[in-house]
Design a protein around this ligand. Structure first.
Ligand code: NAI
Length: 326
């Protein structure tokens, strides 16, 4: 007998949505024995586009797709959902930093947070729409009794970008790069932690001896990759962001392989000196029982401490901007 999982995607009519929903419906995310009901959400003006999207989904004849719902009302769209993937927001345009988006996008997440109380008892939510850490905080704080640790924000795209850069520099297959952590905010202050990363089971800093590159160009390339893609493509990253959203959900729904971890922004429990309650990207492991834990005991030298402090400070500032919404 097959299970059914209901997945809501907000902003489904946008460019990430177009790369995301087909892969969810195809069975890639929850496997061939789990049926998926897709709940697609958009602003009223974009509902017509969702009708076209639904037709395309039907025309894929996915055997794992059990139903499609279309809504512009979050209360209806989140009814009974097991996973809510909150993509809908205004994307960053040329020359804009994420902080510019806070005031514009924050209010979306108060209403959606309230509506998420209608989710299933095991509902989990990942925020992709920027500024995703702070938006996740807003949604969580408006979600009543839904446990705080059901909310996360996506830094998986940053992790994937960082792993690619390290693999390319070391001239190895990307599967060799493990233990990559993105710490902090999904923004230009994030800290991609090469000190604790491994390549082929060795410390990345032993394999890549160009430490000037690691401390400089590597970090800035990962931090600014989103902006580089906008300037090259004229649009923000979409297929790679959708791919990362799938990786994020997979990471939370499957036990993490031995010796490895993954990055996602989750409510801080005070680990590594990060103020409790900030939505901060940490190294995480998903356990056999489906819960997750923050990996403990990683060392941070002065260089790393400074980066952690900077990204934490930025998150506190973002929280200050939206304090009326929390
Ligand atoms: P897009 O503009 O193509 O699509 C966004 C969609 O959201 C639009 O169709 C819009 O109508 C819809 N929308 C806006 N407000 C909504 C609401 N209240 N309810 C439901 N839908 C709503 O943008 P794109 O490229 O798909 O990006 C979406 C978001 O993802 C942006 O905020 C972008 O910055 C963010 N992003 C995050 C990444 C990450 O790593 N966390 C990576 C790449 C993008």
């Amino acid at each position: 007998m097959s299970n059914t999982v209901k997945v809501a995607v907000t902003g489904a009519g946008g460019q990430i949505g177009y790369s995301l929903v087909f892969r969810i419906a195809s069975g890639e995310l929850f496997g061939p024995d789990t049926k998926v009901v897709l709940s697609l959400l958009e602003i009223p003006q974009a509902v017509k586009a969702l009708e076209g999207l639904a037709m395309e989904l039907q025309d894929c004849a996915f055997e794992t797709l059990a139903g499609i719902e279309i809504n512009s009302d979050a209360q209806a769209g989140f009814d009974g959902v097991n996973w809510a993937i909150l993509v809908g927001a205004k994307p960053r345009g040329p020359g804009m930093e994420r902080k510019d988006l806070i005031s514009e996008n924050g209010p979306i997440f108060t209403g959606q947070g309230k509506a998420l109380q209608r989710g299933a008892a095991d509902m989990r939510c990942v925020v992709v729409g920027n500024p995703c850490n702070t938006n996740a905080l807003i949604a969580a704080k408006n979600a009543g009794d839904v446990p705080f640790n059901r909310f996360s924000a996506m830094t998986m795209l940053d992790e994937n970008r960082a792993r690619y850069q390290l693999a390319a520099k070391a001239g190895v297959d990307i599967s060799q790069v493990r233990n990559m952590t993105i710490w902090g905010n999904h923004s230009a202050t994030q800290y991609p932690d090469f000190f604790n990363a491994t390549i082929g089971g060795k410390k990345a800093t032993d394999v890549i001896t160009d430490h000037e590159w690691l401390q400089g160009e590597f970090i800035t390339t990962v931090q600014k990759r989103g902006a580089a893609i906008i300037s090259a493509r004229g649009k923000s990253s979409a297929a790679s962001a959708a791919n990362a959203a799938l990786d994020h959900v997979k990471n939370f729904t499957r036990p993490t392989e031995d010796g490895n971890w993954f990055s996602a922004a989750v409510p801080s429990d005070g680990s590594y000196g990060v103020e409790e309650g900030l939505i901060f990207s940490f190294p995480l492991r998903t356990k056999e029982d489906g819960s997750y834990e923050i990996v403990q005991g990683l060392a941070h030298n002065d260089f790393a401490q400074e980066k952690l402090a900077k990204t934490q400070e930025e998150l506190k500032q973002e929280r200050e901007v939206v304090k009326d919404l929390l």
